[in-house]
Design a protein around this ligand. Structure first.
Ligand code: 5GP
Length: 121
């Protein structure tokens, strides 16, 4: 499946839709999630056109991968999350219920995150 230039995060990157920005550098943009699941819930996205970790890890140049991972760490540090801890999460595809087809890492913080996954029912 081809990258969809009209996905919501592509439009945020192009400045067509506003976001509540918390961080930006050459490789990444980070902004508050519109529907936060924790007191801190930030989305970090690469500036390149990648649908998920799958094609990002396969196709992105090493400088982009390194820059993106550094950006995730920078966001967590700048938001003061390293002391008490934080959780990162990236969904790929249907089983993970990925909603937006532009690679993003969720950063959650400022509360106890509970167990890693909900139990199977
Ligand atoms: P996914 O399920 O794809 O990993 O997560 C997508 C996330 O994007 C969700 O947590 C959802 O709340 C968030 N989201 C969807 N649309 C927007 C938007 O227009 N602005 C922001 N800031 N977040 C959005």
């Amino acid at each position: 499946m081809a990258y969809d230039d009209q996905n919501i995060f592509a439009r945020i990157l192009k400045g067509e839709i506003p976001c509540d920005k918390v961080y930006e550098d050459d490789h990444a943009l980070a902004f508050n999630d519109i529907n936060p699941q924790a007191p801190v819930h930030v989305l970090v996205i690469p500036k390149g056109r990648y649908q998920s970790l799958d094609d990002f890890s396969e196709k992105a140049p090493e400088a982009e991968i390194a820059g993106f991972i550094r950006a995730v760490g920078n966001v967590a540090r700048e938001l003061g999350l390293t002391g008490d801890g934080y959780r990162i999460l990236a969904n790929h595809g249907a089983d993970a219920r990925q909603e937006v087809p532009h690679f993003h890492v969720h950063v959650f913080g400022k509360r106890d995150m509970g167990p890693m996954l909900r139990r199977e029912r």
